[in-house]
Design a protein around this ligand. Structure first.
Ligand SMILES: NC(=O)c1ccc[n+]([C@@H]2O[C@H](COP(=O)([O-])OP(=O)(O)OC[C@H]3O[C@@H](n4cnc5c(N)ncnc54)[C@H](O)[C@@H]3O)[C@@H](O)[C@H]2O)c1
Length: 247
């Protein structure tokens, strides 16, 4: 594993930080890409004080040129790239009837246009190379319409699942797989920050396994899907939701 290289978007905090750490522990060199450069730098330095196996890159996932620049930076630094984890995402809860055009576009851009650009830029590079892995972080909201996250976010995440299939089909013959992971509510800062404690208790009561999900397990699934052996897993959505949604 020691020569493998991954780039994780939204790696400065939350799930992305756990994913970046887990790939690093699995022996990958990791590029931590985020708009929040300082915390991404801090984590990269913690993982690799001399920068030999972790680095931070400023990347706004709504901008295709940022993905292209990040690809070039990683290639200059480490010479190759094996896996992209499209993790960055954001939402603000607004009732469906009140979502404005600006709010809709912003949430679609961060959660869905990001995946389009990531898959375009890195998918093309991986296809030219004849190998590569893309893992898109979707959400249970994209499958069941969501509850506390907003209709624009749920719609965007549904779109992530569809883009995953389209790119998976398009790139498969050239050694590139594309999969999605669809987590239910995770035990992460954003969940505790955005859901009041009494409401969170009710959310947890409603989860069949009776607990929030562990980000570390989502990260383990991403590492598994990024491995060379995972070539037969393609265009899939990996549900990790405590039994909240079964199909
Ligand atoms: N937390 C959960 O329970 C949960 C459940 C299902 C899916 N998810 C998904 O997991 C992913 C990570 O969520 P999280 O809980 O860690 O969120 P978070 O808000 O804690 O972290 C998101 C990270 O993305 C970065 N980011 C935001 N906009 C960006 C942009 N334009 N360009 C680059 N980076 C940007 C932020 O700076 C931050 O570091 C998201 O895609 C989210 O939809 C989370």
């Amino acid at each position: 594993m020691s020569n493998r290289i991954s780039l994780v978007t939204g790696a400065a905090r939350g799930l992305g930080a756990v994913v970046a750490r887990t790939f690093h522990e699995a022996g990958y060199k990791v590029a931590l890409a985020d708009i929040a450069l300082e915390p991404a730098h801090a984590l990269a330095r913690e993982l690799s004080a001399d920068g030999s196996s972790a680095c931070a890159i400023r990347l706004d996932v709504t901008r295709k040129e940022d993905f292209e620049a990040a690809r070039d930076t990683v290639l200059e630094r480490w010479g190759a790239l094996d896996a992209l984890i499209n993790n960055a995402g954001a939402s603000k809860v607004v009732s469906v009837m009140d979502i404005t055009a600006e709010q809709f576009d912003q949430v679609i851009n961060v959660n869905l246009r990001s995946v389009l650009f990531g898959c375009q830029v890195f998918g093309q590079y991986f296809a030219q190379r004849g190998m590569g892995r893309i893992v898109n972080i979707a959400s249970l909201a994209g499958q069941n319409g969501g509850s506390a996250t907003g209709a624009h976010y749920a719609a965007a995440k549904g779109g992530v699942l569809t883009l995953t299939k389209v790119f998976a089909r398009d790139l498969a013959a050239r050694g590139v797989t594309v999969n999605a992971i669809s987590p239910g509510p995770l035990d992460l800062p954003i969940v505790h920050e955005s859901v009041p404690a009494d409401k969170l208790e009710k959310v947890i009561e409603g989860i069949p396994v009776g607990r929030l999900g562990a980000a570390s397990y989502i990260a383990d699934v991403a590492v598994m899907l990024a491995s060379g052996d995972a070539y037969f897993a393609n265009g899939a959505c990996w549900d990790v939701n405590g039994g909240l949604y079964m199909r």
